[in-house]
Design a protein. Structure first.
Length: 262
């Protein structure tokens, strides 16, 4: 009987310990997760505050849906209009720009032409195989907006236009194996470059800007400790963290440009 009581006591201690564990749940995009930036900066936050950060990587659309269900404390996403709508609809308590990079078109060869319009015209006229994420992510939404901007309707494209339904890393891998083109954020591409048989086929930083934001999910949607979310929100827009983000270098190239002060 004493052994049983002791065992129950030990289990109770472990249970209470687990319940009191400081944990922050961040839902983010596959592109940001694949880039390696979070692995670079989050240990600094964890050490400073003693809070364990759990990261779930999805497309931006799915990440916002998780936020609507209260299954996140913080969102790190990149679909500005949808982020503003998310906050205006009461799902997010506050939102702020944190950084940006850019999108690029990658593939087996350069796309002819000097402008994005030229590149798209060449791709469509030659019916070059293209992988779309097709997953309602921020990258997918950006891709659709680009086609629409230049008066293309993807529903009319032939069998050269494919959808992966996968995250950024998986889509890049599939494009590399198949010799297809795809739209990627620069950071994820560079983080995987050594394992890809793809080059940057078209780039224009201003034309293809990729803005990221941080959103604190409305705490009324969940029963977790909102103090941790406030700490993280303030931390990631602080000057020290902005400076840290700017030091994330790969292939001698800065992958993200902080802009929380904008």
């Amino acid at each position: 009987m004493k052994k049983i009581i002791v065992l129950l006591g030990v289990l109770l201690v472990f249970t209470l310990s687990a319940c009191s564990k400081k944990e922050l749940l961040i839902v983010t995009t596959t592109s940001l997760d694949n880039s390696g930036l979070l692995d670079y900066i989050l240990p600094v936050f964890e050490e400073e505050y003693g809070i364990f950060v759990k990261v779930v990587a999805l497309g931006t659309g799915a990440a916002l849906e998780m936020g609507e269900m209260g299954e996140a404390d913080i969102l790190l996403v990149h679909a500005y209009d949808r982020e503003i709508e998310f906050v205006n609809n009461g799902y997010g308590e506050k939102r702020h720009n944190i950084m940006y990079n850019d999108f690029i078109i990658v593939g087996p060869f350069d796309l002819e032409g000097d402008t994005l319009a030229d590149a798209l015209e060449f791709m469509t006229s030659q019916e070059l195989d293209f992988y779309s994420r097709g997953d309602n992510s921020g990258t997918h939404q950006k891709e659709l907006s680009i086609w629409n901007q230049y008066n293309y309707d993807v529903t009319t494209f032939g069998n050269w236009y494919h959808e992966t339904g996968q995250g950024m890393g998986a889509t890049l891998t599939m494009a590399s194996l198949s010799g297809y083109y795809t739209l990627s954020d620069r950071a994820t591409y560079l983080s995987m470059k050594d394992n890809l048989d793809l080059i940057i086929a078209y780039e224009n930083r201003e034309e293809l800007k990729n803005q990221y934001g941080v959103i604190k999910v409305n705490p009324d949607l969940h029963n977790r400790n909102e103090e941790y979310a406030d700490l993280f929100y303030d931390w990631i827009i602080s000057q020290d963290t902005q400076d840290l983000i700017a030091t994330y270098i790969m292939y001698d190239e800065q992958l993200f440009y902080p802009n929380a002060g904008d």
